[in-house]
Every structure is written in structure tokens, then in C-alpha cells.
Write a protein that binds this ligand. Sequence first.
Ligand SMILES: *[C@@H]1O[C@H](CO)[C@@H](O)[C@H](O)[C@H]1NC(C)=O
Ligand SMILES: *[C@@H]1O[C@H](CO)[C@@H](O)[C@H](O)[C@H]1NC(C)=O
Ligand SMILES: *[C@@H]1O[C@H](CO)[C@@H](O)[C@H](O)[C@H]1NC(C)=O
Length: 266
Amino acid sequence: MKPLQAFLLACAVTSLAIVSSLADVAYPSHYDIESAENLVPVRREVYGGGRIIDISHRYHPDMPSWESTDGVGQFTWLQKSMKNGSLANNSEMRLPVHTGTHVDAPGHVFDDYFDAGFDVDTLDLDVLNGPALLVDVPRDKNITAEVMKTLHIPHGVKRVLFRTLNTDRRLMFKKEFDTTYVGFMKDGAQWLVDNTDIKLVGVDYLSVAAYADLIPSHLVFLKGREIILVEGLKLDGVQPGIYSVHCLPLRLLGSEGSPIRCILIK
Ligand SMILES: *[C@@H]1O[C@H](CO)[C@@H](O)[C@H](O)[C@H]1NC(C)=O
Ligand SMILES: *[C@@H]1O[C@H](CO)[C@@H](O)[C@H](O)[C@H]1NC(C)=O
Ligand SMILES: *[C@@H]1O[C@H](CO)[C@@H](O)[C@H](O)[C@H]1NC(C)=O
């Protein structure tokens, strides 16, 4: 036998062996795992000694949900479980797409854009990935044109993460939705569109727009279909300054929003 044929045969035999050993076991609870005392998962906020900062929130039932007092609630269900004799555990998920750390596509507030297919699959990964500035916003106001002026964000800056009072108030860690969160007022959004090169706008609660200017601010940002809105970021304890941001939405065809994983790299 030639070496390649021998290799392929060996592969086939091995996979057959795996399949038959799976089928033999009626209730396979585990395969060759370490002893139970080592089974403590590590959950991290930073990786690589602090070089990679996770700025996405963990999805859990008690995280806030838009205009709800009860939080997100259960969002995964075990459809097949090993305890019930399945070969593996398989969960299903049901979650509003604008939950937790997420992205808005132009179809979110423009019906024509929605119908034309401007969904999250059409968002530009070149905007969602690259150098980004993390700035602190004055804590006593919503983000108005006046506030935007005082931030002095230089021309050429394409991605900005705005940290607000929402982070200090730990609103994303509170189950109850809070309408008093800080966000962009319409004139602040307009000022950004007219006077800066910002194409990625990141904020630290569920909406970039203040509740009082919810739709007007979204319309201003999304009309040109160039600006991408990332909401519900976890910016706690991160130094202001320049980072490399990396945000990746799911390719949900026809969806105007998606959960998004965002990290900063120093
Ligand atoms: C599989 O699901 C069962 C519940 O039926 C759970 O107790 C067990 O921990 C799960 N196993 C794994 C490997 O996730
Ligand atoms: C196992 O199956 C029973 C009976 O169909 C069902 O009531 C139970 O919820 C299942 N458990 C899991 C963890 O899937
Ligand atoms: C921001 O606007 C909301 C209404 O959308 C208001 O409840 C809140 O008090 C404002 N926050 C600040 C810091 O002015």
C-alpha cells in the first residue's frame, strides 16, 4: 500500500471505531475527563496578561433587557441531553438580537433599508476592526453637540468608544431596564456626523440614543449607512486612550441587529 492509502485507511478505521464506541454506550456521561476537582472553568475579563480586554458583557438571565423589569430571562434550553440518553448535550437559543453587547444595522430604524436588505451581514468589518479611541464623557449631561465639542476628538479618528455615567452606575449589571441612561441627543449625533470622521460609535448601555431622543438620534446616525453603532459595551476599569478594537457580529441574514463580541488589544 502507498503511504497515502495507508493513512486514509487508518483514518477510516479510527473514525469507525469512534462511531461504534459512541453507539455502544447508552448513557455516555463523559469521555476521559480529568478528575472532578480540576473541573472548574475559568471565566476571564482579560487575556494574555491584560493585553486583550474583553469589552463584551456575558449573556446571563439577569442582564437587562429593553424596557423590561425582569431581565433577559432564560435564553437557552437543552433540547438533547446526555442525561436523557443523547450522545451529546445540545442547547437551543432564543434571544432578542438587540440584547447585551450588540450591533445595530441601518434596517433597525429605516424600513426601506430593512426591506432592501441592509442587515448585520452587510456591515463593514473594516469599520468594526481597527484603531479606536476610548474617551470619558462628562458625567453630568447626555451627549449633546456642546458635549461633543468639548471632547475635542481629532479629525481622522474613525472609531470612538464613549464611556459615560452608565458605566459608573453599572447599569448593564442591573436587571431592571433604566430609562435614565446617558446617550446621544439628536444634536450630539448630528454634530458627530457633520464634524468628525467617526464611523464606529460605541456606548456603554443598550442604546446609543438617550431615551428622550431615541428614534431621532438613531435616524441621524444610520441614515448615511456608513456609521455602525455598537451598544452595551463593558468599559469598566479600562484606561482611556488608543487601542485596537475588534468587533465581530454574527452573519444573521435579514436581521437588523446581532449580538457582537468586542475586544480591545493594547
Ligand atoms: C449535559 O447535560 C446534563 C443535563 O442533562 C448536565 O447535567 C451535564 O452537565 C451536561 N454535560 C455536559 C458535558 O455539558
Ligand atoms: C428528559 O426527558 C424528559 C422526558 O421527555 C423531560 O421531561 C426532561 O425535561 C428531559 N430533561 C432534559 C434535561 O432534557
Ligand atoms: C439623560 O437623558 C435621560 C432621558 O433620556 C435623563 O433621564 C437623564 O437624567 C439624562 N442624564 C443626564 C446625566 O443628564
